[in-house]
Design a protein around this ligand. Structure first.
Ligand code: GTP
Ligand code: MG
Length: 137
């Protein structure tokens, strides 16, 4: 697959790290296919994270993800899903490799600066959640 989906999360947007994160993404060889700044309601955050609805952190996650603006994007690169997850680093920034986006910008396992799709199938589903067909040219 040559596309993935990402969103810069509320903590990183609020702290004005959007530009630095996009610069790292582009310098790693990804091209931006689609990009916007928007806000999730708690209900829409819950819909996005339906896969996690049985996990103990689900309610907190939905509250956090609707606490401020986010910057969703569709990105293009060979091997996009796997290469992007390498670029962002481990979910918990305490375990993230040096030089990864989460090592640099994440504050906690929850407020971890950025999302990256975990499969080609989810990249398509998640991109379609935020962007219409004509926005994904
Ligand atoms: P995403 O790219 O955001 O999907 O992260 P991930 O694939 O590295 O992690 P996962 O899909 O397992 O979890 C989704 C999100 O839930 C994480 O990015 C965190 O924001 C949050 N999260 C995951 N584990 C925990 C946890 O143990 N506690 C809390 N509070 N939040 C968590
Ligand atoms: Mg995930």
């Amino acid at each position: 697959g040559n596309r993935t989906f990402t969103m810069i999360k509320p903590d990183a947007v609020a702290e004005n790290h959007t530009g630095a994160i996009i610069k790292m993404i582009e310098e790693a060889g990804f091209s931006i296919v689609a990009l916007k700044k928007t806000l999730l309601t708690p209900e829409r955050a819950g819909e996005f994270y339906t896969v996690h609805k049985e996990r103990p952190f689900y309610a907190d996650l939905c509250k956090y993800m609707s606490s401020g603006a986010i910057v969703p994007m569709i990105l293009e690169k060979d091997n996009a899903v796997a290469d992007f997850r390498t670029l962002i680093g481990a979910t918990n920034p305490a375990n993230a490799d040096e030089g990864t986006i989460r090592k640099l910008f994440a504050k906690s396992i929850e407020a971890n600066a950025i999302h990256g799709s975990d499969s080609d199938e989810n990249a398509t589903i998640e991109g379609n959640f935020f962007f219409s067909g004509t926005e994904q040219f």
